[in-house]
Design a protein around this ligand. Structure first.
Ligand SMILES: [Zn+2]
Length: 307
């Protein structure tokens, strides 16, 4: 959630006029409250276009002590009514950096942070009389902002499970119990390189056996990188040229009419995932590094290939 630690006291968009109590007025940003003089941290990285007292006629009149940050999408993020600012015009800021303190400067009725996302930054720091086009919904914007920062998402090695086939790449010490395998003491035997089945796992250690369903020797999969799991499930190959995938938390399978609540990673393309479930037609359960276990819609028409 973008505004963790804050109370939202007034949403973005058309609201009842807070001064007159009647009629509708367009709220260009969102009002957020921690407490008076609490540090305000930048919601994203960017460069400071302005930090100081906003003067009328500049696009910042009534905003009090205000910080305007231009982000990588060219939008202007405005942090208004600050008690004081904590950055200088021209500085670069990181996400999470303190840029000022919550206050009640400018045209306000009480201490709060007014946070606004302007479509542009020039002229007048992006101020616009066009309510519907000049401003972005800050909540939606920040929610969509972070996935773009997501590094290339890597498939996660499937956790070894009993009865999985298991490849021991080179001769490895074998032990009677998991604790010894973990400690690397009381070696009992040598597990020769070859194909085994997993009998059991415990505390990161793996009991491998030649005869499915009967116990064998405990080995430590981490020592000397001796072993590697052999996936037995089918895999889902996402085409490299397609950059937009919808993945859903497991409790939100994408049935018709339920197109909400999906995550939209930009960089799943070109990767291969083990399919660990197939809850409905063309929907596959996969495990990802960034989102954990999710459902992905991957009909043949998307170019996805099941192998
Ligand atoms: Zn406001």
């Amino acid at each position: 959630m973008p505004f963790e630690g804050y109370r939202v006291t007034s949403p973005f968009g058309w609201i009842r006029n807070p001064i007159t109590g009647t009629g509708q007025t367009f709220h260009k940003g969102i009002d957020l409250v921690k407490k008076h003089k609490a540090p305000i941290e930048a919601f994203t990285e960017g460069s400071v276009l302005f930090a100081g007292a906003g003067r009328s006629g500049t696009g910042l009149g009534g905003y009090g002590n205000v910080v305007v940050i231009k982000d990588k999408n060219g939008h202007g993020q405005v942090y208004a009514h600050l008690d004081r600012v904590a950055v200088l015009t021209g500085a670069s800021v990181k996400k999470g950096q303190v840029i000022g303190y919550q206050g009640a400067t400018g045209e306000v009725t009480g201490s709060h942070l007014h946070y606004e996302v302007r479509r542009g930054t020039f002229p007048s720091y992006g101020w616009s009389p066009d309510n519907s086009n000049g401003y972005l919904n800050p909540t939606d914007y920040l929610k969509s902002y972070y996935p773009y920062e997501t590094p290339v998402t890597k498939p996660v090695e499937p956790a070894p499970r009993p009865n999985d086939a298991y490849q021991v790449k080179k001769d490895t010490p074998g032990y009677v119990n998991a604790a010894d395998a973990k400690a690397g003491k009381n070696k009992k035997t040598t597990v020769k390189a070859g194909t085994y089945y997993i009998f059991n796992t415990s505390d990161g250690m793996i009991n491998v056996t030649k005869k499915k369903g009967t116990p064998g020797s405990w080995i430590n999969p981490n020592t000397a990188a001796a072993v590697v799991a052999k996936p037995k499930n089918k895999t889902l190959v996402l085409p490299k040229n397609s950059d937009s995938w919808r993945v859903y938390p497991l409790n939100k399978a994408p049935v018709t009419g339920n197109e909400k609540g999906f995550l939209n990673p930009k960089k799943f393309g070109g990767l291969t995932y083990e399919i660990i479930g197939n809850p409905q037609k063309d929907v596959y359960t996969i495990k990802t590094g960034d989102f954990g276990t999710v459902n992905i819609y991957a009909a043949p028409s998307t170019g996805a290939v099941i192998k």
